[in-house]
Design a protein around this ligand. Structure first.
Ligand code: AMP
Length: 257
């Protein structure tokens, strides 16, 4: 389905609530949407041993939050590289687009960037997943990307906990499986490549509880920030399948009709 208006969307939800699943489904239904997951970007940096990846590895393993300045540089770089954000103004600002790694990108104290232009074309639509996670990150993002829909995904804690325990991933592609509701065709193997599936190191009960607590602490002010801007929309369900039709309907209402 084609979008008629540009969609700049954030999914907010506790870890394991199905942000990845909903993202995949939205991307399939609305092919103009591009997807950017801060968790995937960070894991890629860890895996390829970039300077940033080495610095954040232990924080991610422990289920903590990566410092705002790191994550903001990473995201901003990615937005420029994908062409969603175009630098304008003095030539020095072009350095953002060509910085060799996020760590090279100049950041001022507030995380603000120089003049930058955002396309209003529906083809410049995107979905940010896992970022921003705090009100501070949201404020910094807002200074160069005004988000126009924030989806708050809600599912009860116990349901999510069970889901986390059964989650397996195919790391190279990011495909996610689940023992109870999304089994791979062959146990322990990726459907497309046949390669082995692995557990994410942070998918343990202890780490999950810590991440959930942190999520509640940080998401409350984050959601309040977006509510005040009139872009917050909440959706509740026991499963991803319950949430998806509501999400599609809302997208169509806002960006297609
Ligand atoms: P996720 O795949 O979104 O659950 O993220 C995995 C891990 O990456 C988190 O537990 C954090 O350590 C880190 N992370 C991802 N996004 C952010 C963010 N916006 N701010 C800080 N840390 C993040």
């Amino acid at each position: 389905m084609r979008l008629k208006k540009v969609a700049r969307v954030i999914l907010v939800g506790a870890p394991g609530v199905g942000k990845g699943t909903q993202s995949e489904r939205l991307l399939q239904r609305f092919p103009q949407l591009a997807h950017l997951s801060s968790g995937d970007l960070l894991r890629h940096n860890v895996k390829t041993r970039t300077p940033l990846g080495i610095k954040v590895e232990s924080t991610i393993k422990a289920g903590g939050l990566v410092p705002d300045s790191f994550i903001l540089s990473l995201i901003r770089n990615e937005l420029f590289l994908r062409g969603w954000l175009m630098p304008t103004g003095p030539p020095g600002i072009m350095a953002f687009a060509s910085a060799a790694s996020p760590m090279d990108t100049p950041v001022d104290d507030r995380g603000a960037i120089g003049a930058a232009q955002l396309s209003d074309a529906p083809s410049a639509s995107f979905l940010l997943d896992g970022f921003p996670r705090t009100a501070i990150q949201a404020g910094q993002l807002e200074s160069f990307v005004p988000v126009n829909l924030v989806v708050s995904l809600k599912t009860p804690f116990d349901v999510v906990m069970k889901r986390i325990a059964g989650r397996w991933v195919h790391e190279p592609s990011g495909r996610v499986y689940n023992e109870s509701f999304n089994k791979p065709q062959v146990a322990g193997r990726d459907d497309v490549t046949g390669e082995p599936l692995t557990k994410r190191p942070d998918d343990t009960e202890e780490v999950y509880r810590r991440r959930y607590k942190k999520f509640l602490e940080t998401s409350t002010p984050l959601l309040a920030f977006y509510k005040e801007r009139g872009v917050l929309w909440e959706v509740e369900g026991m499963s991803s399948d319950e949430i998806t039709p509501q999400l599609f309907k809302e997208f169509e209402r806002r960006f297609v009709e």
